[in-house]
Design a protein around this ligand. Structure first.
Ligand SMILES: *Cc1c(COP(=O)(O)O)cnc(C)c1O
Length: 474
C-alpha cells in the first residue's frame, strides 16, 4: 500500500513509501537538519550558550523517537506475526537516564554491560524482562544480581558459564541465559571495533578447534540455556558481513535444536552494530535495509520459530546529538585559519585520537546561532585541550569561523559527549533535549546538568588532600 505522509517536522516536505517497509520518516535528514538549526539559534537566544557557557550538547528528541519507531517498524515488517522481538538499546552508546526512559517509552529496552549501566537502566525504569546483560568480564556479584533480577544474561566464555552453572542450581532464577559466540566472519575498516575477527576478545570463537562442539554440548547439558547471542557488527563493518555473522549464528541454533530434538533455543540475540553515516545528513544504511537483507540471507530466522533480541546503540542516537561550542579565538597558523573552540578531546575523544576513523562534520553558526553564510574556507577547528592534536576537524571547508561564532560537531549523539574524557579537568557540558514547541520556538529540558568546578575538585580527591603527605608514614 502506498501512502503519502506529511513530515512531522513541519517543513511541508512529503514523501511516498510502501507502508509495510517504512523504516525512516526522514531518510534524507532534512527535517532533522532544520530542527537542529532552530535548536542552535534557540539555545543562544535562551542563554543556554554564551560566553560563560561556551559548550553544550543538544539531543533531538523528535529524531530519537523517529529512529526508535523506525527500528520497530523495520523488524515488524520482516517478522512473522506474533514473533516476540525485544529491541534492547546498548546503554554504552548513550548512558543517560532520561534517554533510556525516552527509549523505554518508545518500546525499547536496555542492553547493559556493567553494574553502572544496569543501575542506569533501572533508574530509568527499564523492566528486568526488557534488560539484557552482556560483558566480557562479569564478576560473580554481577551475575548473582542479574540472575536475582531475572534479566537475560549472555555468557561470554566457558569459565563464565561454569559460574552461572553453580548459581543456577536451585536458584529458581527466571533469567533467560544464552552463550555469546563469535562467528569469526572477519573484521571491518576499524580494527578496534571489529568484534568478529579470528582473535576478537568476545564470546566463544566458533571456528577454533573444538569450540563448536563445546557449544553444542554445553546446550545439550543445560536445558536452561535457551538463547544464542552474537554481536558481530559495528562502525566500519559491511552489512553483508554482519548478515553472514547472523547466518552462522542461526545455523548453529538450528544444529543445537536439531540435536536436542526440540526448540531448546527459542530466542536469537543478533546484537547491534548498524553503521552510521557520518559523511552527510542522510540516515544510511537504514534499519529497513538491514532487516530486509537479514530476511533474504536468513529467512528461517524470521518465520516465527525464534524470538529476536537486537542491541542497537550508535544507529539509534548518533544522528540526534550535536555538540555546540563557542569560538573563543580565531587565529591563523602557517597560513591556515584555526578556530579555537571549547569542544575537543573531552567530548570527541575518538575523533581527536583517531581522526582518520572518526571524522566529524562541523557546521558553522554565527554569534546569534544562525547558520553562517559565506564562501567555504579550508580551516582547522581546534579544541581547548593542551596538546597539539586536539582538533575536532582538520582542513575542513566551512564559512570562516570568527570569534564569538559557534562550531557544531554533528552526529555526536552516541559515544561522544556522553563519554566525557577528563583531560585538563575540563567539565562535562550540560546535555539538553529539545523539541519544536509548536508555536515556532524550541523547548529545552535538561538531560544532564553541567559539571561544576566544585564537583571536579571533589571528584579529584579533595577529601583526601592529605592522603600522600600526613596520611602516610614518612
Ligand atoms: C557495543 C555493543 C552493542 C551496540 O553496538 P552499536 O555499534 O552501538 O550498535 C551491542 N551489543 C554489544 C554486545 C555491544 O558490545
Amino acid at each position: 500500500m502506498r501512502a503519502n505522509r506529511e513530515h512531522a517536522d513541519g517543513t511541508g516536505d512529503t514523501m511516498t513509501y510502501d507502508d509495510g517497509l517504512t523504516d525512516e520518516v526522514d531518510p534524507r535528514g532534512t527535517g532533522r537538519a532544520a530542527r537542529r538549526d532552530e535548536a542552535v539559534r534557540a539555545a543562544v537566544e535562551q542563554g543556554l550558550l554564551d560566553g560563560d557557557t561556551p559548550l553544550v550538547a543538544l539531543l533531538d528528541v523528535t529524531g530519537i523517537r523517529e529512529s526508535a519507531a523506525g527500528l520497530r517498524a523495520a523488524f515488524d515488517a520482516v517478522t512473522a506475526p506474533g514473533t516476540p522481538v525485544l529491541h534492547a538499546f546498548a546503554v554504552k552508546a548513550s548512558p543517560l537516564v532520561p534517554v533510556l526512559r525516552l527509549l523505554r517509552e518508545e518500546g525499547i529496552g536496555a542492553e547493559v554491560a556493567s553494574p553502572g549501566e544496569l543501575a542506569l537502566a533501572r533508574a530509568a525504569g527499564v523492566e528486568p524482562e526488557r534488560t539484557v546483560l552482556d560483558s566480557p568480564a562479569k564478576t560473580a556479584a554481577e551475575l548473582r544480581e542479574a540472575l536475582a533480577l531475572g534479566i537475560a544474561v549472555n555468557a561470554d566464555n566457558p569459565q563464565e558459564l561454569a559460574r552461572i552453572d553453580a548459581m543456577m542450581a536451585g536458584s529458581g532464577s527466571r533469567s533467560p541465559i544464552g552463550i555469546r559466540v563469535n562467528p569469526q566472519v572477519g573484521g571491518g575498516s576499524i580494527e578496534a571495533l571489529s568484534t568478529a575477527t579470528a582473535t576478537s576478545k568476545f564470546g566463544v570463537a566458533l571456528r577454533d578447534e573444538g569450540a563448536r562442539e563445546w557449544v553444542v554440548r554445553a546446550y545439550a547439558d543445560r536445558p536452561w540455556l535457551t538463547r544464542l547471542h552474537a554481536h558481530s557488527g559495528s562502525q566500519g563493518i559491511a552489512l553483508s558481513m554482519m548478515a553472514r555473522g547472523i547466518a552462522e549464528t542461526y545455523a548453529l541454533a538450528e544444529e543445537i535444536n536439531g540435536r536436542a530434538g526440540r526448540r531448546q533455543i527459542d530466542t536469537i540475540d543478533i546484537g547491534g552494530g548498524l553503521p552510521v553515516n557520518f559523511a552527510s545528513e542522510a540516515s544510511s544504511p537504514t534499519y529497513g535495509e538491514y532487516a530486509r537483507l537479514l530476511r533474504e540471507t536468513v529467512p528461517g530466522l524470521f518465520d516465527g520459530r525464534y524470538g529476536l533480541v537486537t542491541e542497537f546503540g550508535r544507529s539509534l542516537l548518533a544522528k540526534h546529538g550535536t555538540v555546540v561550542a563557542r569560538v573563543e579565538y580565531a587565529k591563523s597558523a602557517g597560513g591556515r585559519p584555526v578556530a579555537v573552540t571549547h569542544a575537543g578531546v573531552q567530548v570527541a575523544t575518538r575523533t581527536v585520537y583517531a581522526p582518520q576513523s572518526w571524522p566529524l562534520r562541523i557546521a558553522a553558526y554565527d554569534a546569534k546561532g544562525r547558520p553562517k553564510e559565506g564562501p567555504a574556507v579550508v580551516q582547522d577547528v581546534a579544541g581547548p585541550a593542551c596538546f597539539a592534536g586536539d582538533l575536532l576537524a582538520q582542513g575542513q571547508e566551512l564559512p570562516l569561523l570568527e570569534q564569538g561564532d559557534y562550531a557544531a560537531a554533528l552526529d555526536t549523539g552516541a559515544y561522544y559527549f556522553a563519554h566525557h574524557y577528563a583531560y585538563n579537568s575540563l567539565p562535562r557540558p550540560a546535555v539538553h533535549g529539545f523539541v519544536p514547541d509548536g508555536t515556532g520556538g524550541v523547548a529545552f529540558a535538561t538531560v544532564r546538568a553541567p559539571q561544576t568546578i566544585e564537583e571536579i575538585v571533589a571528584e579529584s580527591g579533595a577529601a583526601h588532600a592529605d592522603a600522600l603527605t600526613t596520611g602516610l608514614p614518612r
